[in-house]
Design a protein around this ligand. Sequence first.
Ligand SMILES: Nc1ncnc2c1ncn2[C@@H]1O[C@H](COP(=O)(O)OP(=O)(O)OP(=O)(O)O)[C@@H](O)[C@H]1O
Ligand SMILES: [Mg+2]
Length: 341
Amino acid sequence: MSALELTDVVVDYHGRGGRVRAVAGASISVDRGQVVGLVGESGCGKSTLARAAVGLVGAAGGTVTFEGRPVTALGRRARPAELVRLQLVFQNPYSSLNPRRTVGSQLADGLIDSGHRAARVPELLELVGLPPNAVKRFPHEFSGGQRQRIAIARALAADPSVIVLDEPLASLDASAQAQLANLLGRLARDLDVGLLLISHDLAIVRHVADTVSVMYLGRMVETAPTAELWDRPAHPYSASLIAAVPRADGAGTLPVALPGEVPDPANPPGGCRFNPRCPHAFDRCRVEDPPLVELVPTRSAACWLQPAGQPPEPLANLDAPSGVYMENPPNPSPSEGGVHP
Ligand SMILES: Nc1ncnc2c1ncn2[C@@H]1O[C@H](COP(=O)(O)OP(=O)(O)OP(=O)(O)O)[C@@H](O)[C@H]1O
Ligand SMILES: [Mg+2]
């Protein structure tokens, strides 16, 4: 059993507009020492799944276990001791650090073994590449990248077996992103910590993740070892994400074959959830939802084109028909009907 295991997890939000099923039966697991990437467009449910993984939201269905024990929603209670070794790092380190306390005291708080605090704090700083004098300084004295290192050091203080990182690099500039991505990969290996790395930046995920899960509208559509996913994506959605043209700001521009946005999870399309945007969709896809099935022991996909028990079939090149790419305007307006149908 993996250190962190989510099986068929369902998460609903209840608002004025009714129920929104943000996660609609998603499975993912993380072993110690392993970096698992989770990718997908904005709104597909990545953060919600991360919150369910650590017990910040309750699951309406499915199971979440950490080190063999069920993770249940925490509510307002304090974090139970058995969950301390499951840590969460957010996108914005400034919001999770106390601006009025020194870095050293905040790291010492996180240490579970209080006997060795004085010695452990400098060790933690060194692990994340911060100078020893950071102990006496305050969060505002550091750059964004350094602050995220502090947040990571604080997570490491709990001697975690798994850290869930939700877009940990998104607020940083490109060079800080690359350095921090390298640091994460090294920490996973050296400390035998499992990382669930959520990112919309596929280049970073490709660089550090051992395996990748691709999420679409609340479900996993594919899971595969990273190199194999890039080499031969099994699901048309994965193929589209990989074919997306990188923009200068780091965001991708989806190929013209994949127009539009993720549909509203409150009102998902019938059949395969991806069918309205899929260049390969055929009749069955419009009426029957394909289950996630194992293709080979390390790979699974949810697509009628990929039968269970068979190595993935190469998808006819998604970007070949036109070679023309849709421009994603920085400020999309509703009048641009071609982009937002
Ligand atoms: N507190 C909430 N109440 C109601 N709906 C929510 C809430 N939080 C998220 N949602 C909805 O749930 C869906 C999934 O959101 P989520 O934040 O998990 O996506 P995401 O993949 O993390 O997106 P992003 O890449 O933009 O961070 C979206 O449709 C979103 O609007
Ligand atoms: Mg998110």
